[in-house]
Design a protein around this ligand. Sequence first.
Ligand SMILES: *Cc1c(COP(=O)(O)O)cnc(C)c1O
Length: 457
Amino acid sequence: MPQSLSQPRVSVSEVEGARFQVYTERQFDQIEALQRLSADARFAMRVVAKVLPFRVNRYVIDELIDWDRVPDDPVFQLSFPQPGMLREADFARMADAMRSGADRKAIQAIAADIRAGLNPHPAGQQQLNVPLLDGQPLPGMQHKYRETVLFFPSQGQTCHSYCSFCFRWAQFVGDREMRFASNEADSLHAYLAQHPEVSDLLVTGGDPMVMKTRHLATYLEPLTDARFERLQTIRIGTKSLTFWPQRYVTDADADELLRLLERLVAAGKHVALMAHYNHGRELDTPIAREAIRRVRDTGAVIRTQAPLLRRINDDADAWADMWRTQARLGMVPYYMFVERDTGARHYFEVPLARAWQIYRDAIQQVSGVARTARGPSMSATPGKVEVQGVAEVQGEKVFVLRFIQGRNPDWVQRPFFARYDESATWLDQLRPAFGEQRFFFEDEFDAMCRTASRGAD
Ligand SMILES: *Cc1c(COP(=O)(O)O)cnc(C)c1O
């Protein structure tokens, strides 16, 4: 039963699972709950876990998954590898190698080969968004939209559990080259000081909340200094409110973390946890509620976002329920994303036309305070593109689109049109409507890409 906020606060001794215990691909056999699955099903999971990252903790297993509903349970789908997540040929190749007892090196080579075919770096992340400080690239940062800098602290490049659909999955497997990470609090601060146009810092990962509070403080506390007066908003992208709410309640430095958030708020910053929630289930445990209450007590705001995923949340009622509960708990629904063009996308993707219908059916069910969620939105290379709807203009059925964010801010909020396509799942599959050859932004975007590739030489 979901708790209501008016019920008495839970005491620390009542909350479950205070000890963090995690399982990876190597500890599959130690996960007791999996014993109820067939040997074939378990083997299939191991095959997929050789290629895609897998990490799950005890709280997710014990409190969030309904094992009577496995394999259809949404949290099981989002945290455990499923056979369909690899294409058939890739799956067969890895399964054969494992059955024939191939050695570690051979398995790793096959895994690397399969991964390379899964578009590990969507949206030009490695070439197009790297900021420069005194002419030197800052690999642990991205600056794509004028107002907002993304920062990837090196100690925050893992998560309490992994999502099977993660668009940054490539960071968690294989060689370290694929990661962007930064040790450099100093370069972050120097960059922000040099860029007064930046109003928002978005600390992300991985999950920055895996960091000890004192590490997080090294990055964030100096931002209260007068020289960062123009920095208004400190956002932290996190799934910890779902995967490890103990971070805010029972962890040894939980209180210290809350005090840090309070100090940032007191210094006049807007502090926002950009919390990743895929399903209402994630909001229902007493400790999740307590974590939310404690974060809100600091003056920080919790904004919620998630991709729309087949098998997990491709259902308008599930979104409406989730948004209603979030609004009731004082959280602010923020984005509904389209599953990105990477990793196991074929397993999760929902056509844009259907995504829009789900969004609309969900939005229609909730009051204005929960209609703050925008979407469905594609985080594509030129910008965040929202499907605003399907319309008919002079006999032609079209998608109405807009940039929510653009590499050029001038692209934002201009309606533009694509030919309706029932099966399209991503921007690159859309064609301009009304017989046009190109979308309005494409010439300028191509020029930006040429400049960036010259810079990378
Ligand atoms: C989404 C996003 C942001 C933040 O955009 P808002 O619309 O301000 O939330 C910043 N940088 C990148 C690369 C993003 O994808």
